[in-house]
Design a binder for this molecule. Structure first.
Ligand SMILES: O=C(O)CCC(=O)C(=O)O
Ligand SMILES: [Fe+2]
Length: 317
């Protein structure tokens, strides 16, 4: 396939289903990313969320970022390997919302974010079912795999990437894969910066008005036993423009047990031990916290090693 995968949901759920599902399959297997149009989220709601997010940054966050920026630039001249040129806050929606505890949001912004989160939750679950269909898993399999005892974890990271005078020294956000399940991103339609790693090259995720960018996290790579890929991505800081990014993470519940779907583990892979590990999601997150900006493979290997150790019979003599 040529170029960044774009999926028109009207077609996928309408009269061009086969072609749309094929683009989706290709995207999940070879890109780890795709962009969707006609996703059903009202454009007026997206416009409102964008306006309120930008106003909130200017009113409540810009001054603090300026202070961070001048310190960071000073330090960056010697070493900027452990900072990101971003201003962010995080809102949790599920299993229970913490939005009323974020004190600097006004009622209008809270209401819009709540509404937007409900739309995104529905969209994430619709997408998971399309993935199930492409994978030959029963409808609802992935949603169930994420459920745990309290349902999925769902939250939104709201970020601004203000203009940076030295993008040669500092990243907007350092390269990483996402730890969770499926990620839905509403990004600025004018200021670019998000890139993904494909075949050893950084490729731009093109800004597109009213689209939602979707990417696959580490947990879907595990459940699909590697058929779908959680891909490295980063944000390159820009000298002009303040990039808005609203990334919503639909993740397993903290006590959900994650393991490759048996239907996707081939006999040959099993014999060769090319099978992804089984673990509790919160244990994965504990490991990820300290390793976010490192490759995912050692994390998978660490859990495989734990499985092998616990399966080994204990020597008694
Ligand atoms: O801001 C973006 O476009 C991406 C953010 C991201 O990758 C993350 O927060 O994990
Ligand atoms: Fe990410």
């Amino acid at each position: 396939m040529e170029g960044f995968p774009v999926i028109n949901m009207d077609k996928v759920e309408g009269n061009d289903r086969e072609a749309g599902m094929e683009i989706l399959r290709e995207a999940c297997e070879n890109w780890g990313f795709f962009e969707i149009l006609n996703h059903g989220i009202p454009h007026e709601l997206m416009d409102k969320v964008e306006r309120l997010t930008k106003e909130h940054y200017e009113k409540c966050r810009e001054q603090r970022f300026r202070e961070f920026a001048s310190k960071t630039l000073e330090g960056a001249k010697s070493d900027a390997n452990d900072v990101d040129w971003e201003s962010t806050f995080y809102v949790r929606h599920l299993p229970e919302s913490n939005i009323s505890e974020i004190h600097d949001l006004d009622d209008q912004y809270r209401k819009a974010m709540r509404e937007f989160a409900l739309e995104l939750e529905k969209l994430a679950e619709r997408l998971l079912d399309l993935l199930c269909e492409n994978l030959g898993l029963e409808k609802g399999y992935l949603k169930k795999a994420f459920r745990g005892s309290k349902g999925p974890t769902f939250g939104t990271k709201v970020s601004s990437y203000p203009p940076c005078p030295r993008p040669d020294l500092i990243n907007g956000l350092r390269a990483h894969t996402d730890a969770g399940g499926i990620i839905l991103l509403f990004q600025d339609d004018k200021v670019s910066g998000l890139q993904l790693l494909k075949d050893g090259q950084w490729v731009d995720v093109p800004p597109m008005r009213h689209s939602i960018v979707v990417n696959i996290g580490d947990q879907l790579e595990v459940i699909t036993n590697g058929r779908y890929k959680s891909v490295m991505h980063r944000v390159v800081a820009q000298t002009d423009g303040n990039r808005m990014s609203i990334a919503s993470f639909y993740n397993p519940g903290s006590d959900a047990v994650i393991f490759p779907a048996p239907a996707l583990v081939e006999k040959e892979a099993e014999k060769k031990k090319e099978v992804y590990p089984r673990f509790v999601f919160e244990d994965y997150m504990k490991l990820y916290v300290g390793q976010k900006f490192q490759a995912k493979e050692p994390r998978f290997e660490a859990f495989k090693a734990m499985e092998t150790a616990s399966a080994r019979p204990i020597a008694t003599s």
